[in-house]
Design a protein around this ligand. Structure first.
Ligand code: AHR
Length: 794
């Protein structure tokens, strides 16, 4: 194909689907995204409420150390007999035994400590009281680990009742490993609670606000929306809102931070709820993103906690009240609360989601009650249903069925997959219909933060954009990660206590958000149809069994060639695996077993299995080339709640399809796995459970989409080249009637596939901008190998 023959023609007057609020962000307090992250509080465990329920090693004095200087001696006790308030029970009593050079406590902050910055002012506050014999000033310093004082303030505690005291401290040095030190002298007892230190400079100078650098990176994205507060954190919890480990109940997150209950965050830490719903709505307003709150639907699929239908009303009221809190007139109950908090104007909420990654009938029985009540009172609010944690399978189908039956506005899909999966599924939404609920791709990422991951995601995002008739919203997940508290990776933005950087994936998201446009434009390709087929066609190779802390018996293990009828016994028909805790202790563990291999392309493997003991099921590997390239039937996976077929390519696993399934002890299971080319079907006890295709990536010559932006009149064209060679094409803008064009080019290229950003090189992988003019309405462009190019044509 010659250069001139390859053309992308953009029909600038043929406008299609609205792109609306397509690209936004997802926030969940995992990886210390809020506390020790976006929420600017510098003190860790400020109200002495940390508890082993949050994390086994936590206690009320986590992140605090006693100080006894120059022969001083004190007893520090955590007490709860005279609490600050009923939701904030614990406080410390510093009992001065002998004053010496001063006694007290210091807080270690997050990461390496309190990040003091020279010249910056910090707002210290504390609730304190004293006993009758204590009568000395309290000195508060920001200090280095060697005791060097970087800034100081003094407070005088005058009352025996809880009183809030505040002071400012200006740092005279930069030291990212500082401590907040509270020291006093004299005699008697000093009581402290809610010890807080905020930088004076928060994002937009909000009190109780956001860390400026992280917030700025988010604002820079220009997201159309922000989903909050998760994630699994929404529904992984108990039903009683007063429980420490309750589901996320938004009413607990409002008002005075000293009155907010401590919460067990299901990501194994403590959540102060300092970044609550009001702060969230305000932050959305500050960064120009529409809020998308997600509420629990009265069902915890992780622990099967279920609100009886006749007790569902308070949960539905929570949803209605949240909408009133966001949008209601201050003359209404919740509108008045918003006004009291300082925001009489409505926040303009348009969307609400019910449920996150819901699996199981109980959710879908409950969803219609929420849906009906919300639509009846607020017909304009768009409601988001949930399609489970995977890209396909029975729970995904159940979510979509419910969404269609209830006429949900959107359905929340989630998937974390290999880069190859994203390329293979670039056309995923081509067949979705415009008159059905729209897709909210509420969580997605390819496994990794390299440039290649970002490149592949960009290609996939052109597929989202070109299907804007069906895809309404999409956000990469997770968004934030503190490098010292990792629950999940990859993540879009990484930070420690004083630095932050956006990954390659961040810069792709930013490109797509900055250059989203408002309406799709028709785009036609000529000469760009020579796809690169993947040559690794058949699913064949080795078979193996593996279990994890379980004991299983297998028999009647056979492999039949479906072309020739030939039959092979596997492992002499039978086997046993035993990897229980006892086996591990006794050194008798047999965890994996090879079953041989085949080069057949169409075959059926069958076996019978019985669980003797253990909490889960087992894995059956097939099509195994090596440990990084194989298919997996995960039978009784994830808390023994799933049966799933997964495909691992280059060490990164994609769940192809999942259904709910529980492997019971002693039951005999007959499993049948049929492989026909890339098609895989699996039966459990003669019931078809899975029917899927492990698609191989088909590399398109170029991935592209085009849109029109109303405010500027610009035509935006996005082109992604994932190939290892450059691709040239003519870009023609039809029906523009101009003699020349100015073309702004925003491009990511010249990066190796493995390149990543780091603290040291935070923008190593990021776009570059250039501009050129054309004569006439078309131009020739060489799309570099591995490139993402966004043209703004005016
Ligand atoms: O994004 C991390 C987690 O992935 C979310 O909490 C959950 O919804 C998904 O399983």
């Amino acid at each position: 194909m010659t250069r001139a023959q390859r053309t992308l023609t953009i029909y600038t007057q043929e406008r299609g689907a609205e792109l609306g609020d397509l690209f936004g962000i997802f926030f969940e307090d995992l990886n210390h995204a809020a506390d020790g992250g976006l929420y600017a509080e510098l003190v860790q465990n400020r109200s002495f409420e940390f508890d082993p329920i949050d994390r086994a090693e936590y206690h009320a004095l986590t992140a605090w150390e006693k100080i006894e200087r120059g022969g001083g001696k004190a007893e520090i006790n955590v007490e709860d007999s005279h609490p600050l308030n009923p939701r904030n029970l614990h406080y410390v009593a510093i009992d001065i035994v002998s004053e010496g050079g001063g006694v007290g406590m210091m807080n270690l902050g997050f990461n390496s400590g309190i990040p003091a910055k020279q010249g910056e002012t910090y707002l210290f506050s504390v609730y304190a009281r004293r006993d009758a014999s204590f009568d000395e000033p309290v000195v508060v310093t920001i200090e280095g680990t060697d005791g060097t004082v970087h800034g100081e303030a003094t407070i005088v505690v005058q009352s025996s009742e809880w009183t809030q005291y505040a002071a400012t401290i200006t740092a005279n040095a930069t030291d990212t490993s500082s401590r907040l030190v509270i020291v006093t002298k004299g005699k008697g007892k000093l009581y402290l609670d809610m010890v807080s230190l905020f930088p004076e400079k928060t994002f937009r100078n909000r009190p109780n606000g956001m860390r400026e650098d992280i917030a700025a990176l988010l604002a820079d994205l220009k997201p159309k929306f922000m989903r909050f507060p998760g994630g699994c954190l929404i529904h992984d919890g108990s039903l009683n809102p007063d429980d420490r480990d309750s589901m996320y109940r938004w009413k607990n997150t409002l008002g005075d931070i000293a009155q907010r209950p401590a919460r067990r965050n299901n990501w194994s830490y403590n959540q102060t709820l300092g970044l609550g719903y009001y702060e969230y709505f305000l932050f959305c307003e500050d960064i120009g993103a529409k809020p998308i709150p997600i509420l629990p639907g009265g069902y915890d699929p992780h622990h099967k906690r279920i609100v009886p239908i006749d007790e569902l009303q308070p949960w539905i009221d929570d949803a209605l009240d949240l909408i009133e809190f966001a949008n209601g007139d201050p003359s209404n109950e919740w509108g008045a609360i918003r006004a009291q908090l300082g925001h009489p104007e409505p926040f303009g909420l348009e969307y609400v989601g019910i449920g996150n990654e819901e699996v199981g009938e109980p959710f879908f029985e409950r969803y219609p009650y929420f849906h009906r009540a919300i639509k009846e009172k607020y017909p304009d609010i768009k409601i988001i249903n949930s399609a489970g944690p995977f890209a396909a399978g029975s729970e995904y189908d159940r979510g979509w069925k419910s969404a269609k039956e209830n006429k949900s506005d959107l359905v929340d899909e989630h998937y974390y997959q290999s880069p190859e999966w994203f390329l293979a599924n670039y056309n995923r939404y081509d067949t979705f219909k415009a008159d059905e609920p729209k897709v909210f791709l509420g969580e997605y990422a390819s496994w990794g933060n390299t440039y290649y991951n970002a490149l592949v995601e960009a290609a996939f995002m052109t597929g989202l954009e070109k299907n804007a008739h069906a895809v309404g919203l999409a956000c990469y997940a997770p968004m934030l990660c503190n490098v010292d508290y990792i629950n999940w990776k990859p993540d879009m933005i990484w930070f420690n206590n004083h630095e932050v950087y956006g990954t390659a994936n961040y810069y792709v998201q930013k490109l797509f958000m900055h250059h989203q446009g408002d309406q799709l434009l028709k785009i036609e390709a000529y000469g760009l149809d020579e796809k690169q087929e993947n040559t690794m066609k058949p699913i064949n190779g080795a078979f193996a069994l593996e279990t994890d802390r379980c004991s299983f018996r297998f028999w009647d293990m056979k492999l039949v060639n479906n072309d020739s009828g030939e039959m092979k016994e596997l492992n002499g028909l039978s086997a046993e695996l035993s990897d229980t805790d006892e086996d591990r202790l006794g050194g008798t563990s047999l965890r994996t077993l090879d079953l041989g291999e085949t080069d057949w392309e169409n075959y059926t493997l069958s076996l019978k299995a019985q669980k003797i003991s253990g909490p889960k099921g087992f894995n059956l590997y097939f099509g195994k080339r090596d440990d990084n390239n194989q298919l997996i039937w995960d039978f009784g996976g994830w808390q023994n709640q799933d049966s799933a077929l997964c495909s691992s390519m280059n060490g990164r696993t994609s769940c192809l399809t999942q259904s709910i399934f529980n492997v019971e002890p002693d039951m005999e299971y007959e499993l049948t796995l049929e492989v026909s080319g890339r098609q895989i079907r699996a039966w459990i006890n003669n019931v078809l459970f899975h029917d899927t295709e492990d698609k191989l990536p088909v590399i398109e010559p170029l991935y592209y989409s085009a849109s029109y932006e109303r405010s500027t009149g610009d035509v935006i064209v996005k082109v992604v080249n994932v190939q290892e060679n450059s691709v040239s094409a003519q870009i023609a803008l039809a029906d523009l009637h101009k003699t020349s064009l100015t073309v702004e080019v925003n491009e990511m290229s010249d990066h190796a596939p493995d390149d990543e950003n780091t603290f040291a090189s935070p923008e190593r992988v990021s776009p570059k901008q250039k501009e050129f003019s054309t004569v006439g309405c078309s131009f020739h462009y060489d799309f570099p190998k591995h490139s993402i190019t966004v043209f703004r044509v005016r």
